[in-house]
Design a protein around this ligand. Structure first.
Ligand SMILES: Nc1nc2c(c(=O)[nH]1)N[C@H]1C(S)=C(S)[C@@H](COP(=O)(O)OP(=O)(O)OC[C@H]3O[C@@H](n4cnc5c(=O)[nH]c(N)nc54)[C@H](O)[C@@H]3O)O[C@H]1N2
Ligand SMILES: Nc1nc2c(c(=O)[nH]1)N[C@H]1C(S)=C(S)[C@@H](COP(=O)(O)OP(=O)(O)OC[C@H]3O[C@@H](n4cnc5c(=O)[nH]c(N)nc54)[C@H](O)[C@@H]3O)O[C@H]1N2
Ligand SMILES: [Mo]
Length: 768
């Protein structure tokens, strides 16, 4: 089977125009380049005054809103300007003065809008009132909130089973809205709660739960400030977690080792000008943010980690202090078997599987051996892999060897993506909820939740495609663009009886809709949320388990917008008219939601008081205290087989990544500053030898074809080949353009995550 995307793939993605070019980037990260880029975005948003105000309130310890840019924790060193270029861009994007109102939708049919690039859709500005699709005119028309909720209520009540509905969550939903949303879905009768984490960090959660008993990292910012060695794996920190760069610069300054592990040498591995260090800005003083770079092949990390462990264990034969024997004996399970596994693995096999020399692996091992306190951090380069769960477990194996779990300055540190994706899971977005969670929810809320596991993102798409699920509710996000296999996913959504998107801006997912469709516009994170009980604040949980309040301060984009908790509560009331849940009370005062949450959720005792402290509070992470809630009561080693990362003869392994100027499916510009690219998103980075072998010169046009597990092929045409410093056999290009290449059936059996960083592809000169 060969499925090609439509000739113009849905109107395209980024803004068009400008001559494509690329050249290597030699400057430090952040600093004046970032300041200039922020200036451009603010000028374009025409919001310089308000934007200056957000900068002084964003991530502020006792007022202001939490930056929706990423989940990196707020600095607690009293920085008054704890923000970054991309966070400012992201917030400003929401604060645009542009509006997409009724006249706009009257003027453009959905068919017409579908031919626009994604950038232009979002660029219409904020949505201002609820809309329903009118098939007669092929347009979205304004409706009252009552009518909109009426349609939701009538359709959901008409289903022959609650499991025919899917309730998707994108990771910026607040804890309070999250709690109401899952309560609504479960009271209605389904655990069909797919979320963006099914495509993001599912592997981390599963691996950490299996190894340490709790699915989160154990470190906080103070630990990072005390570590002697930091391993930074599979993340483009300078673009996607920019505030982490400040931590790295601080670590370098105090003499810590910083090892970057990435097939690409990303900008974070170089130097930075710390943006809130005014002296550094004024004098162009750059600080290094890396001390060693290792470039494994894509999917080669597990072998690399095992190589490091093997070297540590070989050293331990001569020098027992190389491992923490006391910790291993007291707190872990399976050490001997792991030691034997490492001893029985040949260096030659580790070299082949990692794409690194024994020397390079030993160099990293020496850094690890020389460090009394080590943190290993990671993001999507590790998780969106076939062996993502095994690899995260190997990270834990390595940490356990030297007792680097549950003490200061050490531990595993998954870097989450969306600003509240961790909080979503904590507060109940889980298609496989634990029995204890459901029991407590039942008790606290007086409901009888379903016990059968629900559908995740991939299974949800398949169910819609098969006509088994017929209602899709998207609480934020841009599902059709974020999901794998867009051709298949679009068919799935078009199959639905009703699609409902709760959004701030127009996006592709509104244009690929069911027989009936609703767009429900909501307040953004930066906006004042005024309810009966006065102005409301919501809470979020960052990557390091800190729960704190976020309070918008801007006038809402329109007086017709509702808050997310209000939208959820009113949907719930429309679907469940006789529900005993006090939905109206919850909406009137979010303290009432928090009162219920503290009864239903672990670790939220005294929620309303504690969350109002300057930095909020830290959720207890038992593994941090060396309490391991596993079956054995100990931290467990894993014994994974070495993966064969080779994609097959003539094929390359392709990873899809973000550019510097995008936020997931939102594309601000077609530049990728730190990779030296301008005006180009339809590209593929290749090793120069792989290019030569294919007779390709710099910027030649190529076709990229993926080969799925089931043998089916998917292609994109006319991409530019760009030589880049990455290992042979590897290729890298941008999401969401290349999602076309990711077959729906190609997900990891360990995590159920689509293989967004592990596609087998053929790259050849464009066939005309
Ligand atoms: N500005 C901005 N910030 C964001 C986002 C955004 O789009 N824009 N998205 C947010 C979200 S939801 C998330 S999840 C995070 C994502 O943050 P990242 O994980 O940084 O996201 P990607 O751009 O996909 O980059 C993945 C990195 O993994 C590397 N990589 C690919 N394959 C491998 C491999 O096999 N091994 C190793 N070691 N590395 C590999 C790539 O070279 C790249 O550097 O960022 C969050 N923050
Ligand atoms: N090929 C490939 N695909 C990927 C990935 C990859 O690396 N490669 N990464 C995956 C990952 S890590 C993730 S997290 C997903 C992201 O998937 P999603 O979370 O579904 O997508 P986003 O692009 O973050 O969502 C953007 C939309 O959210 C809406 N929005 C913004 N703010 C708000 C708000 O406050 N409330 C509400 N209700 N809506 C709001 C806006 O309308 C905007 O258009 O994509 C995944 N897809
Ligand atoms: Mo993510």
């Amino acid at each position: 089977m060969s499925s090609a995307p439509p000739a113009t793939p849905n109107g395209g993605y980024g803004p068009s125009g400008g001559e494509p070019s690329h050249e290597p980037y030699h400057h430090p990260t952040a600093g004046w380049g970032a300041a200039k880029s922020v200036g451009k975005v603010l000028a374009k948003a025409k919001e310089p005054v308000n934007s200056a105000r957000i900068m002084t309130t964003m991530n502020h310890p006792d007022r202001g809103f939490d930056c929706p840019g990423c989940a990196w924790p707020d600095d607690q060193h009293g920085l008054t300007l704890d923000l970054c270029e991309n966070g400012i861009k992201h917030s400003t994007w929401e604060m645009t003065p542009k509006r997409a109102g009724a006249e706009f939708f009257a003027r453009h049919t959905v068919t017409e809008l579908a031919a626009w690039p994604d950038h232009d859709l979002e660029d219409q500005g904020r949505l201002v009132g609820p809309l329903a699709y009118d098939a007669g005119t092929d347009t979205y028309v304004p409706v009252s909130w009552e009518t909109a909720f009426g349609i939701v209520g009538e359709t959901l009540r008409g289903l022959d089973s609650p499991d025919r509905a899917l309730f998707y969550t994108s990771g910026r939903l607040s804890n309070e809205a999250t709690f109401l949303y899952q309560l609504f879905a479960r009271e209605f009768g389904t655990n069909n709660l797919p979320d963006c984490s099914n495509m993001c960090h599912e592997a981390s959660g599963r691996a950490l739960t299996a190894a340490l008993g709790t699915g989160k990292g154990t470190v906080d910012l103070n630990d990072l400030d005390q570590a002697d060695a930091l391993f930074v794996m599979g993340v483009n920190a300078a673009s996607n977690v920019p505030r982490m760069i400040t931590t790295l610069a601080r670590a370098y300054d105090r003499g810590a080792q910083i090892v970057h592990i990435n097939p690409l040498v990303e900008a974070a591995a170089g130097r930075t000008i710390v943006p809130h260090d005014f002296a550094a800005m004024a004098t162009f003083k750059a600080t290094r943010t890396g001390t060693l770079n290792l470039q494994p092949r894509i999917g080669g990390d597990l072998a690399l980690l095992r190589g490091i462990a093997k070297h540590v264990l070989e050293r331990a034969e001569r020098d027992p202090k190389a491992v923490d024997r006391e910790f291993l004996d007291r707190f872990t399970e399976g050490f001997e078997a792991y030691r034997d596994l490492c001893a029985g693995t040949e260096w030659a096999d580790l070299e082949a599987a990692s794409g690194l020399s024994r020397d390079a692996m030993e160099q990293a091992a020496e850094v690890y051996l020389g460090s009394a306190r080590t943190v290993i951090s990671w993001c999507l380069g590790i998780t969106q892999q076939e062996h993502g769960v095994d690899t995260v477990r190997e990270i834990v194996n390595l940490l356990l060897l030297r007792g680097n779990v549950g003490r200061e300055g050490a531990g595993p540190c998954p870097i989450r993506g969306h600003s509240n994706v961790q909080g979503n899971r904590t507060c109940g977005i889980d298609h496989r909820p634990k029995k204890e969670f459901l029991d407590r929810l039942a008790e606290a809320c007086g409901i009888d939740p379903p016990r059968e596991p629900g559908l995740d993102t991939v299974r949800g798409i398949e169910a819609m495609h098969a006509g088994e699920a017929t209602v899709f509710v998207g609480m934020g996000g841009n599902f059709v663009r974020a999901a794998p296999d867009p051709v298949y996913t679009e068919e799935a959504l078009r199959n639905c009886e009703l699609t409902v998107q709760v959004s701030t801006k127009l996006n592709r997912s509104h244009l690929v809709h069911g027989r009936r469709a609703l767009i429900l516009p909501c307040l953004g994170r930066t906006e004042k949320d005024l309810q009966e009980g006065g102005p409301q604040a919501v809470s979020v949980e960052d990557s390091m388990s800190m729960v704190h309040l976020s309070r918008g301060m801007k006038r809402p984009a329109s007086s017709h917008l509702l808050s997310e908790p209000a939208i959820i509560a009113r949907m719930a009331r429309a679907v469940l008219p006789d529900s005993a849940t006090p939905w109206e009370e919850y909406t009137g005062d979010y303290d009432r939601i928090r009162d219920t949450m503290q009864r239903a959720l672990d670790g939220f005792e005294d929620f309303n008081r504690r969350v109002r402290g300057p930095h909020g509070f830290r959720l207890r992470q038992p593994a941090r205290e060396r309490i391991f809630l596993t079956a054995s009561g100990r931290a467990e080693f894993s014994l994974a087989a070495l993966p064969d990362p080779s994609p097959g003869v003539g094929l390359l392994t392709l990873a899809t990544v973000r550019s510097h100027d995008q936020w997931n499916t939102t594309i601000y510009s077609s530049d990728d500053r730190y990779r030296g690219v301008r005006n180009l998103r339809t590209l593929v980075f290749l090793n120069a030898d792989d290019m030569r072998e294919r007779g390709l010169a710099d910027m030649d046009l190529v076709d990229i074809t993926s080969v799925a597990r089931d043998g089916s092929r998917r292609s994109v045409h006319g991409y530019r080949a760009v030589p880049y410093d990455l290992p042979r056999g590897c290729a890298v290009g941008y999401m969401p353009e290349l999602n076309v290449l990711c077959a729906i059936g190609d997900f990891s059996p360990q995590s159920d995550q689509p293989l967004m960083k592990h596609l087998a592809v053929e790259v050849r000169r464009q066939q005309i």
